[in-house]
Design a protein around this ligand. Structure first.
Ligand SMILES: [Zn+2]
Length: 486
């Protein structure tokens, strides 16, 4: 007895010491405190809560968690959290485009750093993922680099373009027979692509074989409807996404609205999603109407060089081609009418139950990375979608298209920690601006405002330097030209 008692006492004493003197045990993870979560599925805001993030995943959403218990914390100050946005249709400028368009500024091959810098606008706008519709080796390499933890680039989903070999499209993989189609899809799967983009494949059999093989291998099929076939021939089960709403109007006579309604019904029936891309015609109209006003509204700081060149005359063909005032007016009216029809059809598609995606076709003239997506979301709302449905087109719907809705697309436990925090409720704001971004979290890595601003300052300076270089080359070329003319 005498020997046991002190032993017990010292045991109790020791454990008391542990409790009182050791620092409190902090759990691993980042607690994002004081946040409102936008739940697009239920169309509600979950107010005043916290998000626990660890190892690239959302671990918990709970108002009761306390920052004192976690290794890291971040006070979101009442910001609104949504799943990181996706732009469901982009082109990232790599060697093929840059060195073709601006060979003096971008000697081939374009450096990986340059490719990554040109994606900064996406992240600065809270776009943590992009769908690239002209994949190639440069894009595959960028896709790998984007997996690096803490890198300020969005996640890349990508696929190659399968197209008619006769067409003048330098970025395509030429496919004409069923065998070639199947082989191209198999190769894409081997390379690790997420999708294939079907362009103007000439034969119904070949296109159907591509779609069927892609389905078997788990690749998403997105793209255009070939003009060589009827709408009925091109709308087949297993095809996943029509990359532009105007495709629906391809064989339309411009009068018979029932034709379009039937077409949308068919798209709905086969469970094919649609990327309206309302931005396309609206941007053209605005640029024809008043290019100076348009340029003034551009986020020039975050406009990479090629997009700056594309935006400005004489490169900007929409402004120049139409020449005189009368022609300009008629052109604006023509494109304006198309834009209006597109908006009407978007609402009709939405009401028919077609899943809509927000995509900008950024990388093409007049479509800007980052800023373009906010415009597209605003246009989806102007077409009649509510704020939640517009946001869904940029979050959960993209996850659904790629079969990732269990892993991504919402701020719920178990999903990837790709989150954007907005200072204002994005569901209520008519047109977001990048100043509304409070913080961006990608793969669980936090980019607060200070970090985002530092990235913006860095790439903006590099865009400016390249622009200065470009202007110098361009003016030297003009001088040489006028000397030759004399
Ligand atoms: Zn495109």
């Amino acid at each position: 007895m005498k020997r046991i008692r002190p032993f017990i006492l010292s045991g109790i004493f020791a454990s008391l010491l542990l409790v009182s003197c050791a620092p409190p045990q902090r759990e691993p993870g980042l607690l994002i405190e004081n946040v409102n979560i936008i739940d697009v599925a239920q169309k509600r805001v979950i107010p005043h809560t916290n998000i626990l993030v660890h190892d690239g995943l959302i671990i918990a959403v709970d108002a009761g968690m306390s920052a004192a218990n976690y290794e890291h914390s971040f006070n979101a100050q009442g910001a609104y959290a949504t799943a990181g946005l996706y732009d469901a249709h982009v082109h990232i400028d790599v060697t093929e485009r840059l060195s073709m368009m601006l060979p003096e500024i971008y000697p081939a091959p374009v450096s990986p750093d340059q490719v990554d810098d040109d994606q900064t606008p996406y992240m600065a706008y809270g776009i943590t993922g992009v769908v690239v519709l002209d994949g190639n080796d440069d894009i595959l390499a960028a896709r790998e680099r984007a997996k690096e933890h803490g890198k300020f680039v969005p996640r890349i989903l990508a696929g190659p373009i399968l197209d008619d070999p006769e067409r003048n499209n330098p970025l395509k993989i030429g496919v004409s027979t069923v065998e070639e189609g199947r082989a191209a899809v198999e190769r894409a799967a081997e390379q690790g692509y997420d999708l294939v983009k079907t362009y103007h494949l000439e034969s119904v059999d070949t296109r159907n074989a591509v779609i069927a093989r892609a389905d078997e291998l788990g690749l998403v099929t997105m793209g255009h409807l070939p003009p060589s076939m009827s709408f009925e021939e091109s709308i087949v089960p297993g095809f996943d996404n029509i990359a532009h709403l105007e495709e629906i109007t391809r064989n339309w006579n411009g009068e018979d609205r029932a034709y379009l309604t039937n077409a949308l019904q068919m798209v709905a029936e086969y469970d094919i999603s649609l990327t309206p891309h309302l931005l396309g015609y609206r941007e053209i109209v605005e640029e024809i109407e008043d290019i100076d006003a348009k340029l003034k509204n551009l986020d020039w700081e975050l406009t990479p060089l090629l997009a700056r060149v594309y935006a400005t005359p004489p490169y900007n063909g929409y402004v120049d081609d139409f020449g005189g005032d009368d022609i300009r007016e008629r052109a604006a009216a023509y494109f304006g009418r198309i834009a209006d029809v597109m908006a009407e059809l978007t609402l009709e598609a939405h009401e028919a139950g077609i899943m809509l995606l927000a995509g900008t076709d950024a990388g093409n003239p007049t479509m800007l990375p980052g800023q373009g997506l906010y415009r597209e979301l605003a246009l989806l709302r102007a077409a009649g979608l509510d704020g939640y449905d517009a946001l869904a087109a940029s979050t959960i719907n993209v996850a659904k298209l790629f079969g990732e809705e269990e892993e991504r697309g919402a701020v719920t436990p178990g999903k990837a920690a790709d989150i954007v925090l907005f200072a204002r409720n994005p569901v209520e704001v008519e047109l977001l601006s990048r100043d509304d971004v409070f913080a961006v979290i990608k793969d669980g890595f936090l980019f607060d405002r200070e970090r985002i601003d530092a990235e913006i300052a860095r790439v903006s300076a590099s865009y400016d330097a390249r622009e200065a270089q470009y202007l110098e080359v361009a003016s030297a070329a003009r001088e040489a030209q006028s000397e030759a003319a004399e």
